[in-house]
Design a protein around this ligand. Structure first.
Ligand SMILES: *[C@@H]1O[C@H](CO)[C@@H](O)[C@H](O)[C@H]1NC(C)=O
Length: 500
């Protein structure tokens, strides 16, 4: 009898332990891509030129392997296969982005491309026919070159141009798309776009980046308010922005204050205006740049201020928090004569600091990227402490390697370890996470890394004109988690059963 009780007990305990490693029923799993990284068809039909087309054609040397996104995964032709992969993994949603110049070849709303608008309409219909929710990003870095020629994100009128573009897209697809991201990672658009590295390749991180920050927040808010007023009443969708967050830890106890200011400039600059109760720039950051600008002899702060009306427009322009997260870095002051790494900038060059790591954080195929699963939980707890009990949709998280292996055990392990932290955040910190998006569905053009670093759940053979896609071990693991909601789900790879 004792033995029987013990067995029943251990079964019950086993069930209890297992249930604490499960995602709740309503939790959604998806995978993401971006137009320029996968579509190719850069000059198909009447598509306009984007700033990435121009950047890589005019300056091939900016890309490590001198490659470009002219063809990429050729999803312009193979989009049905992309849908099939998402379907085969049993995911709830697919996050993709729309190429602004493919739909609006002139950049303006005077002419809507028939082929361009049909491409995304077909993709959305195919997803829905397969029971997959489309999650659509309006801007993932491929600005029409025609608008860049007029100043791009540094021109305040871009808030009008973006709202006009958003209206076209909401009119075309609002009946079928219920989750929208306006801008993907404004910090990369502004801080990497204006330090000469990413398109448009302008070197002005002390000015251009801040003009961009201001205008991109206004553009986001204009699109949000437009949807709220004219589309939400009939379509009931949700709109937000996706912020890229490096989690920062002080390198030593002496670096605490610099680390807080680094969070303000990197996280707060794009979050405080939208998600805080007060709105506007993070106060400590606004003071810091104003005082520094004055000392430098400028007649006004290099960080342009908002009017009260603009603060109100931006404040509260969200339905959830869109979080892209990959890595944790330490913060320390730059040594004399030392320069910060370009990909590590994340706005912090202003502060005379740079990023380091800890020995226990493994490196990846990307220079900026060290693995620290706990950082995801810390990031979400910080967001909750700063901005209240927001619903968080993780819109990107994933791992880069050289792409050589279909048996990508470290990537599968990364997903498991980071997803475990999502569960812990939900259970221990009571953070409201509504879904998780793997970056990325398949290998693609990784910006200035070209095809050298790969983030794909599926491998893509870029030497084959048909660009065949093959699931990696990580795809099998992630699909098993998505289907069962069980972090410890078992899966088959490729023939034999393998567990992590
Ligand atoms: C499109 O670009 C390719 C190079 O990627 C070029 O070979 C082709 O001629 C271009 N097509 C048109 C219609 O301009």
């Amino acid at each position: 009898m004792d033995r029987y009780v013990a067995i029943v007990f251990s079964i019950l305990l086993g069930v209890a332990a297992a249930s604490s490693r499960r995602f709740p029923d309503g939790f959604k799993f998806g995978a993401a891509t971006a137009a320029y990284q996968i579509e190719g068809g850069w000059n198909a039909s009447d598509k306009g030129e984007s700033i990435w087309d121009r950047h890589v054609h005019a300056h091939p040397g900016v890309v490590e392997d001198r490659s470009n996104g002219d063809v990429a995964c050729d999803s312009y032709h193979h989009w049905r296969e992309d849908v099939r992969m998402v379907k085969e993994m049993g995911l709830d949603f697919y996050r993709f982005s729309i190429s602004w110049p493919r739909v609006l070849p002139t950049g303006f709303a005077n002419h809507i491309s028939e082929d361009g608008s049909k491409y995304y309409s077909n993709l959305i219909d195919e997803l829905l026919a397969n029971g997959i929710e489309p999650v659509v990003t309006l801007y993932h870095w491929d600005l029409p070159q025609s608008l860049q020629d007029l100043g791009g994100w540094a021109n305040p009128l871009i808030a009008d141009w973006f709202a006009d573009y958003a209206r076209v897209i909401f009119d075309l697809y609002g009946d079928r798309v219920k989750t929208w991201i306006t801008i993907n990672e404004p910090i990369i658009v502004c801080d990497l776009g204006y330090n000469g590295i990413f398109a448009p390749g302008i070197n002005s991180d002390n000015f251009g980046a801040y003009m961009c920050s201001r205008n991109i927040l206004l553009a986001h808010a204009r699109a949000y308010r437009l949807y709220e007023k004219e589309y939400k009443p009939k379509y009931h969708g949700e709109v937000s922005i996706s912020n890229h967050i490096f989690w920062f830890e002080p390198a030593t106890d002496q670096d605490m204050e610099l680390t807080e200011l680094s969070k303000d400039i990197s996280i707060g600059r794009y979050s405080h205006p939208i998600f805080s109760a007060k709105g506007g720039w993070p106060p400590a950051l606004e003071r810091y740049i104003a005082e520094k600008s004055k000392k430098e002899g400028y007649s006004r702060s290099r960080l342009p201020s908002f009017t009260q009306e603009e603060i109100e427009l931006i404040r509260g322009s969200y339905d959830f928090y869109g979080l892209n997260h990959y890595t944790t870095r330490t913060i320390r002051p730059l040594a004399a004569g030392e320069a910060a790494g370009v990909f590590l900038v994340q706005g912090i060059s202003e502060l005379g600091v740079t990023c380091g790591g800890r020995p226990e954080w493994p490196s990846t195929a990307s220079e900026w990227f060290l693995v620290n699963p706990r950082g995801l939980r810390d990031t979400m707890l910080y967001l909750k402490q700063q901005y209240g009990d927001l619903r968080i949709l993780i819109t990107e998280n994933g791992y880069s390697d050289s792409g050589a292996e279909l048996d990508d055990e470290p990537r599968a392990r990364y997903y498991k370890d980071y997803l475990e932290q999502v569960l812990l955040a939900m259970e221990e910190d009571d953070v409201k996470v509504i879904g998780y998006t793997a970056w990325t569905l398949m290998d693609n053009f990784e910006w200035t890394d070209g095809y050298q670093s790969r983030f794909g759940l599926h491998a893509v053979d870029f030497s084959d004109p048909l660009r065949p896609r093959t699931p990696r071990r990580s795809a099998h693991y992630y699909a098993a988690v998505a289907r069962t909601h069980d972090l410890d789900a078992t899966y088959k790879f490729p023939e034999e059963k393998q567990e992590l």
